[in-house]
Design a protein. Sequence first.
Length: 183
Amino acid sequence: MFQVDIIEQCKQNNRKAQLQLYNQYCNAMYIVAKRFLKDAADAEDAVQEAFIKAFEKLHQFEAEVTFGAWLKRIVVNKCIDVLKSKKHQLVELNEVHLKVVDTAKNDKWLVEDTVTLNDVKAAIGKLPDKYQYVVMLYLIEGYDHQEISEILGISEVASRTQLSRGKTKLQTLLTPQKNGTRY
C-alpha cells in the first residue's frame, strides 16, 4: 500500500490505516520529542497529542512536504508547548544530531577541544527560552529561519537575531574559565 493511499484512508477515518501510519512514524517522532523533553512520559504524551492533532487536521495535509516532515513540525510544536507550560530545562541530545561547531560556515564558532557533549547540553540548558528554542530548532533539528518563524510565531528576522544571540551566549558559556574569568 502506498503512503498516499494510507493517508487517503486515514482521511476517511479508517482506523486500520491510522494504526499503520502511527506505527510507521511513532518511533521517529518519539526520538524528536525526546530531544526536546527530558522526561520520557512527557515525550510520549507529546507524540500522542501530536498524532491526535495530525489525524484531526489531516484534511489540511496537501503533500507540499512529506508526511513525516509535516508530522515532525506538529511534534516539535507540541514539545515547545510542553516546555513553555512547564518551563522545563532542555534537553537530551544525541551526539549524532549535534552540529554546534560548524566551521565551514563560521570560523569564529570554534570551541576548545576540551568541551564535551555534556558541556554543550548544560550550556544550551542555561540559555533563555527564546534563544534555546531557536538554537535547538536550527542547530539540532535542522530547520531554516522561515520554518522556525512559522513554528514559533516570530519573524524570520527575529529567528536570525535570536539564533545569533543564542550562539554568542552559548559560545561564551562554552569558553573555558581560568581563575574565574573567561579567556
